[in-house]
Design a protein around this ligand. Structure first.
Ligand code: FAD
Ligand code: FES
Length: 258
């Protein structure tokens, strides 16, 4: 991992409150599922950097897709939106990474299951799997058609099935209702309710967790969760350092919440 100060070359709102951000540069040894810590403000306030997954890295640069949630991400979006787009190459963002462990890729087929703002890191994964000749199905769930993101990009690499809660695009209902008997192995990222729901299916694979983070490098223990080993022993793990990707069924959810 390294710290980089990189020029912003694109910042676009791709859905309400969701932004696609391109930084000029590359990250050596990036694995899909890893994240970076983003400095949202040049001042000391807010002090903590915000963890954002790497959506993909291509010839253009490093792509992050983020939703404005609270103070930090709103500051970032406002700062970048206030810049003249023609001057983007002169606006810089400091990031630290790549951090954590990405998704282990196994076998020759995979089902990617994404919910909402959990969808972006699965795009880089789909691309890597496609480059390896794997057969990929992507099940993507959103609240409404308006919130649906990255669908055309996924279609370059995977068979894509969509679910929206209000039925405005694809299947009406939950993304888990699209899971078939031969979905294993699955690679999931999304809200905790989705990750927990996957454990009710007879599936193996991996899910990526989100926790509030401070250091992002395994030092402060702020993102600790309890996991269960194969012999049902409890173990404390750091989401930023040991994860954020864990094997499905590994997390002891009752104690894992913020
Ligand atoms: C591995 C990982 C990958 C992620 N990838 C993405 C992504 O690709 N796209 C995306 O949109 N979002 C992603 N997120 C979520 C994103 O990090 C949060 O939405 C973002 O940090 C919110 O910051 P905020 O300042 O806008 O919100 P706020 O809710 O105002 O602030 C949240 C942050 O403030 C700090 N904080 C606030 N209160 C506390 C507290 N009580 N204890 C400790 N710390 C506190 C923490 O740093 C916390 O992360 C990811 C999160 C993780 C962990
Ligand atoms: S954020 Fe500090 S140990 Fe994970």
């Amino acid at each position: 991992m390294n710290e980089y100060l990189l020029p912003v070359i694109e910042h676009k709102e791709i859905a309400p409150d969701i932004f696609s951000l391109y930084l000029k540069g590359n990250l050596k040894n990036y694995e899909p599922g890893q994240f970076v810590q983003v400095e949202v403000s040049e001042s000391l306030e807010p002090f903590l950097r915000r963890p954002i997954s790497i959506c993909e890295i291509d010839k253009k640069g490093i792509r992050l897709v983020y939703r404005t949630k609270g103070r930090g991400t709103k500051l970032l979006a406002n700062k970048l939106a206030s810049r003249d787009q023609n001057n983007y190459g002169k606006t810089y963002l400091r990031i630290f990474g790549p951090l954590g462990h990405g998704f282990p890729i196994i076998g020759n087929k995979a089902t990617l299951i994404g919910g909402g703002i959990g969808v972006p890191p699965l795009l880089g994964l789909a691309k890597k799997m496609w480059q390896q000749g794997m057969k990929i199905t992507a099940l993507l769930g959103f609240n409404t058609k308006e919130n649906a993101i990255l669908i055309d990009e996924f279609k370059n690499y995977a068979e894509v099935l969509i679910a929206t809660l209000d039925g405005s695009l694809g299947h009406r209902g939950l993304v888990t209702e699209l899971i078939t008997d031969n979905a294993t192995p699955v690679y999931a990222c999304g809200p905790e309710a989705l990750l927990r729901a996957l454990e009710r299916f007879n599936l193996t694979g991996y899910y990526s967790l989100e926790r509030r983070m401070a250091c992002g490098i395994g030092v402060c223990l702020g993102c600790n969760i309890t996991v269960l080993t194969k012999d049902k022993k409890e173990l404390r793990q750091r989401v930023c350092y040991d994860g954020p990707v864990f094997p499905l069924g590994f997390v002891k959810w009752g104690e894992a919440g913020d």
